[in-house]
Design a protein around this ligand. Structure first.
Ligand SMILES: [Zn+2]
Ligand SMILES: [Zn+2]
Length: 274
């Protein structure tokens, strides 16, 4: 078959890491991780890999699920795992309505991840605990309004959802906010941790250094965009001035859901609104 799901396991500290996704003609497309630690499942992978995920999770003896945010590459199997294994699904309170009614996705998301079935969410606030560990829940909006990070202080683990992804990123999705992400990053860099369990690009050492770099990159970029905007430059001119390259193929492929332009417009939109 030209499309094939895959799942790969690796362990770091006491955390089981699963890299999951689909490959087309042997080439994996945008893999995503989900994690298991002491019976807690953190995110659930995309629904196109549902069979592989169900099989893996069944064998693990999971007792509860928590979602970092509702995007379909993270929430894709929450409904089916709840149904099959009777597991409660926790997430930020803002996820409740989104996951209860479900949400449409674009063709590119269908091809890469698949739809997430609606599921009822229990809101999580403050903490989530397992037999051995205690995870502080930190609301970190910006990539998505309902986005949370999980912090295990004693172990020095930070599960950062989609807030890191890379030190420098080339694109934003339409509704992302750079200023909100900077605020969220500021909350996280005050914490003490070494492992950064990012769902697309885990950093198993120097995690905090990497997150600080990401914050500095955004702060600098934000400042530059703001200055150019004040001088009256257009979006195109600002992109050129700050070295952001156009992303026409990505825009076409995603029906303009993802674009390099949004790095700039996420800043200028908020400045104009003030
Ligand atoms: Zn996301
Ligand atoms: Zn993601």
């Amino acid at each position: 078959m030209f499309r094939k799901p895959y799942i790969k396991h690796r362990q770091a500290s006491h955390v089981n890491m699963y890299k999951v996704g689909v490959s087309y003609l042997g080439k994996p497309v945008k893999p995503v991780y989900f994690f298991e630690v002491d019976g807690l499942l953190i995110d659930t992978g995309p629904s196109l890999a549902q069979l592989a995920v169900s099989k893996t999770v069944k064998a693990l003896g999971v007792s509860k699920i928590i979602l970092t945010h509702t995007h379909e590459d993270h929430s894709g199997n929450a409904a089916i795992l709840k149904e099959q294994l009777g597991l409660p699904v926790y997430a930020h309170i803002l996820s409740m309505e989104i996951m209860a009614r479900g949400f449409d996705i674009l063709p590119y998301q269908k091809a890469m991840f698949g739809r997430a079935k609606p599921v009822s969410i229990r809101p999580v606030d403050g903490k989530i605990e397992t037999d051995q560990y205690s995870f502080e829940i930190i609301h970190t909006p910006g990539h998505a309004q309902e986005h949370i990070a999980l912090y295990e202080r004693k172990q020095g683990w930070l599960f950062s959802g989609d807030l890191f992804v890379a030190e420098k990123i080339k694109y934003f999705r339409k509704h992302e906010s750079m200023s909100e992400q900077i605020k969220s990053l500021k909350k996280l860099v005050r914490l003490d941790f070494d492992y950064l369990f990012c769902n697309h690009n885990p950093q198993l050492k120097n995690g905090k250094v990497m997150l600080i770099r990401k914050m500095h990159y955004f702060e600098e970029l934000y400042g530059q965009i703001k200055d150019h905007h004040r001088k009256g430059l257009s979006t195109e001119e600002i992109m050129k001035a700050v070295g952001i390259h156009k992303s026409l193929p990505i825009e076409l492929l995603t029906y303009k859901d993802v674009s390099a332009r949004y790095l700039v417009t996420s800043v200028t939109r908020e400045l104009t609104a003030v």
